[in-house]
Ligand binder design. Structure first.
Ligand SMILES: O=P(O)(O)OC[C@H]1O[C@H](O[C@H]2O[C@H](CO)[C@@H](O)[C@H](O)[C@H]2O)[C@H](O)[C@@H](O)[C@@H]1O
Length: 389
């Protein structure tokens, strides 16, 4: 398939609950001005080659989205590398009424988990590691690593990250977990005869430790294109101080956290300039990052379902999936759990925001406490023998 010959324009989607209204209103404006049309799934297709004005409108939409998605700065204590924050927003306690703390509600969660097998899904950045200026230095603390290692002994645990799978494995370094990189577009799962056979992109492979695994890469045909786009983005953002482009294998991140906000516009334009030549790629945005990814019907929510299937835990009444994440790409996973009415999404946030999650945790430190609580609860259960492991 020639991925470049479709002459529709790049597609911009965003599931951001907060940024959505601004983003959509500006895109709707773009619709009337340029004759663009909405497809039923809300992807915007814009007729090509109305240079100048259209490009201005489009990159200013991204600029709006970039500004709207900027949460207030956080305070990080020097003593702990764990992203503790002091919310000064009085709305936070009201927000907690809607998204109760998973720590304060632990008993409730435990009651619901009684007689069920918990399957745990964890995002990486902002969930297991604090958000830091340099994405290459988003290390998780040793305490967090121990907590994750122990929790994985008791519950099947997977990490689903926007990073490349190799990179997230390098950060986490635990062999007892399952890993999904590139927002779920690169999954290594156990081999099962009855594993999702309908997924044509699954192949048997051997992992670094010599074990036979199932490798699922639904966007593999995009690899050369992603590499090409990565190089072009590096080139087009070269002169913007602080901009950083990260190759996440099946997607590319353009970071603007360290760019003076006067130049965010330049970032949006540089990205636009490159991806308008790639109709099969779309743009989303996360925490001070624009993410370029293939237009395929795959996201972290689908990755959760895939992993549950691979682990033989899908559609089982006695399985309780719990997904913990902080970013808008995690909303796809929260939504899947909410719609299936089978599990809980837990949003990590120190600022109020709308979410498909049921519960909340303030920061990675609270995530660690929650993981430890799960282990403690399981140990007590096992020791009193009231539950079969
Ligand atoms: O799905 P995730 O594991 O949460 O990955 C999402 C993106 O995380 C990283 O960027 C974010 O964290 C950086 C380090 O704290 C921070 O500097 C950046 O501003 C955040 O957007 C990662 O670098 C991206 O590639 C991931 O897509």
């Amino acid at each position: 398939m020639d991925l470049k010959t479709n002459h529709a324009a790049p597609v911009l989607t965003d599931s951001a609950p907060i940024a959505q209204s601004r983003l959509h209103s500006s895109l709707l404006h773009c619709t009337t001005a340029s004759g663009a049309a909405f497809s039923p799934n809300l992807l915007l297709t814009v007729p090509r080659k109305k240079a100048g004005l259209l490009d201005d409108v489009r990159s200013s939409s991204w600029l709006d989205a970039m500004k709207a998605s900027s949460p207030p700065p956080k305070r990080v204590t020097k003593e702990q590398n764990n992203d503790r924050t002091s919310p000064d927003d009085s709305g936070y306690s009201n927000w907690l009424l809607k998204y109760p703390s998973a720590l304060a509600s632990f008993e409730q969660i435990a009651n619901f988990a009684r007689g069920k097998r918990i399957a745990l899904f964890l995002d990486y950045d902002g969930t297991l590691s604090p958000i830091v200026d340099n994405p290459d230095c988003a290390f998780m603390s040793n305490d967090m690593r121990s907590a994750v290692k122990i929790v994985a002994k008791y519950f099947p645990t997977a990490i689903i990250s926007g990073r490349s799978r190799d990179k997230v494995y390098e950060f986490v370094g635990l062999t007892e977990l399952y890993y999904a990189g590139s927002h779920g577009m690169d999954i290594v799962s156990p081999v099962r005869e009855s594993a999702p056979a309908d997924h044509v992109n699954s192949i048997r492979s051997t992992c670094k430790r010599g074990k036979e695994v199932n490798l699922f890469q639904p966007a593999s045909e995009f690899l050369p294109m992603i590499d090409e786009v990565f190089n072009s983005l590096v080139e087009s953002t070269r002169d913007i101080k602080g901009a950083k482009v990260e190759n996440n294998k099946f997607c590319v991140s353009v970071h603007y956290r360290n760019v003076d906000d006067k130049y965010w516009d330049a970032v949006a334009r540089s990205v636009d300039k490159v991806i308008k030549n790639y109709p099969k790629l779309r743009l989303t945005h996360g925490r001070k990052v624009l993410e370029v990814r293939p237009v395929i019907d795959w996201d972290k929510g689908k990755a959760v379902t895939f992993l549950l299937e691979s682990l033989g835990l899908n559609n089982c009444d006695d399985v309780l999936p719990i997904y913990i994440g902080d970013d808008r790409t995690d909303e796809d996973a929260f939504k899947v759990l909410r719609e299936r009415r089978r599990g809980y999404g837990i949003l990590v946030s120190s600022a109020p925001k709308e979410s498909n999650a049921y519960y909340s945790l303030r920061d990675p430190f609270e995530v660690m406490e929650f993981l430890k609580s799960l282990v403690m609860w399981k140990k007590v259960k096992c020791s009193i023998g009231s539950e079969v492991l």
